[in-house]
Design a protein around this ligand. Structure first.
Ligand SMILES: [Zn+2]
Length: 667
């Protein structure tokens, strides 16, 4: 499935002192000691790892988190393989996981079915003769989470987050809308057009070239009504709450009561339009001005393109050729097992996660991460109390927010396993059934209290999340292992890795977006003007620094696009260092290690960003990602820290030296 943009979430990236036996964590062979740390710390810390870990043929980029994910995937495959060969109770969730997995591996049936699993949707689209028909099909496609011009979702209300509200996001383009909006990406659009043409040709349409041109024409018009991404980074610009009557006035082309009924949810009292009311009125204009036949062609594209990777081999291959080879620089398709695992993981993430936790996660790791989280929160409170640029009233609110922040470790209190969902031998139908069940599950909370026991990620996710609209952090079980966390390992290593990662998530509550949310996670202003001005002034130095990075001689990191993440990286490593210093009296170091504890701390941080990009993946990353590329998550923040400069003797003239006037300290 093509991924949908959900930017309310801050997806991002991850310990306590005790007398445990030391185990090897930082491996000197992962470093390149032939370069000077002052000149190329990224290479110094990671050179050995980078040389031994080239980008695999089935990926466009590869970093140490991907390596962890590969290990987790093998564990998940082991779970699925054991379920697939076991005698399981009929109708049990384990049996459904096994049946789903086997349907994906059954390429003979998939190839024989060809387009058949989605033919019913294509036939419905062919039957459109009025805007009312169009609206009905758009609602049905949204139930299957197919990327159409707008996405109805259910989220906590940003100003009253105990309640859920229907929230509308923009969408509907097969490549990020920025490729349409800004010059310099004409080659991407040309190749995307050819991709759509090839999909229609495989599907047996005679006028495939014309259908591709029509689709791209519709997507170009859609991109024109989508607000600029940077505008949407400010939460005050995305909280556009309107009544149902106002929605009707903005977009009279749709019968909205009927739309919500077709979507399978209750009629909402209010709607939050993330993309703005101009987007909705613009959409009304497009619905009425673009010929219905063009909409029909476009909706067929959405259907085939979104589900191509679940269909027969010819569709799967074409999906790979465009999205993985052309856009991402991969050279070979991943194994069938891995591709099917990815779908099972997306569809039955909680059910698979429960098995993962049972087999691979220990109560000791959960307890140790809990202690570490508290150490990080304490360190952050120390930093806030000492800030010389922030007034006492803002400090008080900031400290309350840190204290209220909940760090959830390992796995949710409650799983949603979709045990009632029908699973059979048709792979695509299985995926569509579960997507529909997921949509129904989420939309049932419209105008109802939010359920804080549910997680937004799964335990097997090799990543962490801070949810601004709830002021909590999820630390999935999968993150509590090397290279982020070494049970019984060196304190310097653990604070530099998982400590900095948890610190990163904590400071997301205080970045250029998170600072607009209060201690309860509601959108509210707790800053005075003086402190806001000073925060922006300090942030601007980070914007300038990241704007100065050039990749492959032509790509430029966008300092504004990546600001939230860069603030969190700088804040995370700063408070992790303080938390480490607070624990130094009980630090235990690996025997025979030639590095000082401070050096180990910073090397461990840098190692969590070991990774490289193909040219294609670098281009896509810079265009669409809110994170700077791995190397710059080391090179960007570290020279701002005096402790780093002292640990490695960085001095004027070194590439990692930053003059005082260019350094910044926010948190
Ligand atoms: Zn982040």
């Amino acid at each position: 499935m093509r991924r949908l943009l959900l930017f309310i979430i801050a997806p991002a990236f991850l310990w306590s002192c005790s007398n445990r036996p030391a185990q090897q964590s930082v491996c000197l062979a992962d470093m390149d000691t032939t370069v000077m740390p002052q000149d190329d710390f990224f290479r110094y810390a990671n050179g050995g790892w980078l040389d031994r870990n080239p980008i695999p043929a089935d990926k466009g980029s590869y970093d140490i988190s991907d390596a962890l994910e590969s290990k987790i995937n093998l564990q998940l495959l082991d779970i699925l393989d054991s379920l697939a060969s076991a005698n399981l109770k009929e109708g049990s969730i384990q049996e459904k996981l096994a049946t789903f997995y086997k349907s994906g591996l059954d390429t003979a049936t998939r190839n024989a079915n060809g387009l058949k699993p989605i033919q019913f949707l294509l036939d419905s689209i062919d039957g459109i003769s009025t805007i009312a028909d169009l609206q009905h099909i758009v609602a049905e496609m949204s139930r299957y989470n197919i990327n159409v011009p707008f996405q109805p979702r259910c989220y906590p209300d940003m100003k009253n987050n105990k309640m859920s509200v229907l929230t509308i996001f923009h969408g509907g383009t097969g490549v990020d809308e920025n490729y349409f909006k800004y010059p310099g990406s004409e080659d991407v659009i040309a190749e995307y057009t050819k991709h759509i043409e090839r999909l229609f040709a495989i599907a047996g349409y005679e006028n495939a070239a014309q259908m591709a041109e029509t689709t791209v024409g519709v997507e170009r018009k859609l991109s024109e009504i989508i607000p600029d991404y940077l505008l949407l980074q400010n939460p005050n610009n995305i909280y556009n709450k309107i009544s149902l009557n106002e929605l009707k006035q903005l977009m009279p082309a749709f019968d909205w009561e009927k739309y919500f009924t077709d979507l399978g949810c209750r009629i909402p009292a209010d709607i939050v339009v993330i993309s703005g009311t101009d987007f909705i009125s613009g959409l009304n204009g497009l619905i009425t001005s673009i010929p219905l036949n063009d909409w029909k062609t476009y909706l067929k594209t959405c259907t085939i393109n979104n589900l191509a990777e679940t269909l027969s081999k010819d569709f799967v291959d074409e999906d790979f050729e465009f999205y993985e080879r052309y856009m991402n620089g991969a050279k070979e398709e991943g194994s069938l097992q891995m591709r099917v695992l990815s779908q099972v993981n997306t569809s039955y993430g909680d059910a698979l996660g429960r098995e993962y936790v049972r087999r691979y996660f220990s109560p000791e790791s959960k307890a140790a991460a809990g202690h570490l989280g508290q150490d990080l929160k304490n360190a952050f409170c120390e930093h806030i109390a000492k800030l010389d640029w922030m007034s006492d009233s803002t400090k008080k609110a900031a400290l309350e927010k840190v204290e209220r922040m909940e760090i959830k470790i390992g796995y949710p209190n409650k799983y949603v396993d979709f045990a009632e969902c029908e699973v059979g031998d048709n792979y695509t139908a299985n995926i569509m059934n579960i997507l529909k069940a997921q949509t129904e599950h989420k939309l049932q909370f419209i105008d109802m209290p939010t359920d804080n026991d549910l997680w937004w990620s799964t335990p097997q996710t090799a990543n962490m999340y801070y949810l601004r609209i709830k002021n909590f952090i999820e630390v999935p079980a999968a993150m509590l292992q090397p290279p982020f966390f070494y049970p019984g390992g060196d304190d310097a290593v653990n604070f530099g890795a998982i400590g900095a990662a948890i610190g990163h998530e904590i400071t997301h509550g205080f970045d250029d977006v998170g600072r607009f949310y209060d201690k309860d996670g509601n959108l509210a202003n707790w800053w005075n003007d003086h402190d806001s001005i000073e925060f922006v002034r300090r942030s601007q130095k980070l914007v300038d620094r990241f704007n100065s990075f050039t990749i492959n001689d032509s790509l430029h990191i966008n300092g504004e696009q990546t600001l939230s993440e860069n603030i969190a990286d700088l804040g995370g490593i700063s408070i992790a260092y303080t938390a480490f210093c607070n624990n130094k009296n009980c630090n235990h170091q690996e025997p025979g290690c030639p590095l000082t504890p401070d050096q180990l701390f910073f090397i461990s941080y840098a190692r969590t960003w070991a990774g490289s990009f193909s040219d294609e993946a670098a281009r896509m990353h810079v265009m669409t990602n809110v994170h700077a590329m791995d190397q710059y998550r080391v090179e960007g923040p570290l020279p701002n820290l005096q402790a780093f400069n002292e640990a490695f003797g960085v001095k004027p003239g070194d590439r990692y030296f930053l003059a005082d006037s260019l350094r910044t300290e926010i948190w």
